[in-house]
Write a protein that binds this ligand. Structure first.
Ligand SMILES: [Cu+2]
Length: 165
């Protein structure tokens, strides 16, 4: 019994850290925001630390028809978000936080609701300083708030509000 548990743990750890190390980018505190019935978009968040300079150039998930690397910032008095045309630069050794209100992974055209306490597959695509692309597969836990309990509910509307006439 004890053995079985530790094997499972090692496998899980390998999925998270082993894979990430091989890819040169460490992923921490990943989560995706749970959706309510009928909601077609959500965001995924995490902290990325690259061991060598690289750029997050793309994201994909089998649960989303469209996935993009977004940033959110104030434009006058309104919070705007947009896809980063050149991707998100990760400088060696400098953690970059993707979090509500800032950089995030935008999951749109959702094919299934994102249910709390499940995980979704997310693939990150990086391009290094030499232009070589690599991908990193993650299983991102779905939650209603960031790990550690940080309340971020006020951002919710940014992601699920449909374009209103
Ligand atoms: Cu967005």
């Amino acid at each position: 019994m004890k053995n079985k548990v530790s094997t499972a743990f090692v496998l899980a750890a390998a999925l998270w850290t082993g894979h990430a190390l091989a890819q040169n980018v460490e992923v921490k505190d990943a989560w995706a925001r749970a959706t309510v019935q009928g909601q077609k978009a959500s965001g995924a968040f995490m902290t990325l630390t690259a061991k060598a300079d690289t750029t997050l150039v793309g994201v994909a998930s089998s649960v989303a028809g469209v996935a993009q690397v977004h940033e959110m910032k104030m434009d006058g008095n309104t919070m705007q978000m947009r896809a980063l045309p050149d991707g998100l630069r990760l400088n060696a050794g400098k953690p970059v936080a993707l979090k509500p209100g800032s950089f995030h992974l935008m999951l749109m055209d959702l094919k299934v609701p994102l249910q709390k306490d499940t995980t979704i597959p997310v693939t990150l695509r990086f391009k290094d300083a030499k232009g070589v692309e690599s991908t990193l597969d993650l299983k991102v836990p779905v939650s209603t708030s960031a790990p550690g309990g940080e309340a971020a509910g006020h951002q919710h509307g940014m992601h699920d509000a449909p374009a209103k006439p």
